[in-house]
Design a protein around this ligand. Sequence first.
Ligand code: PXG
Length: 309
Amino acid sequence: MVYNGPEVGLLPTRGGWLFLGKYGMALQIYIDGKWYPKDEAKVSVFDHGLLYGDGVFEGMRSYGGKVFRMQEHLDRLYDSARAIHLTIPMPPDELAAAVYKTLELNQLTDGYVRLVVTRGVGDLGLNPYLCPQASIIIIADKINLYPAKLYDEGMEIVTASTVRNHPASINPRIKSLNYLGSILAKIEGLQAGCNEALMLNINGEVAECTADNIFLIKQGRIATPHVNAGILDGITRRAVIELAQQAGIPVAETTLTRHDVYVADECFLTGSAAEVIPVIKVDSRPIGNGQVGPITKQLIAAFKALVAK
Ligand code: PXG
């Protein structure tokens, strides 16, 4: 965060004044019930989130001081935790209050919130039952995932050779801290000069991108992989499906192959960080006429209106 004010500051909060210390507007990060300036926000090297990627997380956005679909994010977080047999040591309403408090302390009305629950501190073995207490971390900051230009002009993606997790391994519906598969695919994308990469499932069907869901449009109809393809049940994805249905555009959650991508008229991606972003080229093939299509534009506008409500 760029801060040009005095080095020492007081930040008004509901509970009084917060002393900002010599670093001025240091980002305040929540860890297990307390807020720490960014440089002092630290977790143990024995945390199994670090040692094994053992934990779950959410990424969400706040618009005009309101977290978009917070309840859905919390539901998914607690479901992810249940799926990995992790007890989140706080009820959802208290966690929601801590999220809002973190936004408030950082004077963020429009920002990105990363909510992380790790298995907590244990010993140097895998056994999660030796970790007595999960840790909760909340980071609220600004985020610009992709350059603004790409939202107007569309982005190019490539298919990664790294296959999306088999659902019987780490189910992609679990938003776990274990993102190596996506990271390997992201590296493939970046090496090809692309900001995102398409991942197929073990059957060679279209799954999703490394951190975004994918949508295709063909002859006025929208298609997106079914959650049973082994994808994250994205909250932006759900919102966009609702918006399309409200606009009278048919939406199918169905099996898709790369062929469907190559012959689509339009393509776009959705994600809390990415929001709705057009795709104009996949594996060097222009999608449709290689320009951002009309239905994509319509849905981007509808999504902007929805979050501004
Ligand atoms: N698929 C995957 C694999 C994701 O990680 C989405 C889809 C979109 O879901 P939502 O609920 O956000 O609409 C995600 C999003 C980032 C980032 O920096 C995003 C995610 C995870 C890590 C980083 O964009 N999740």
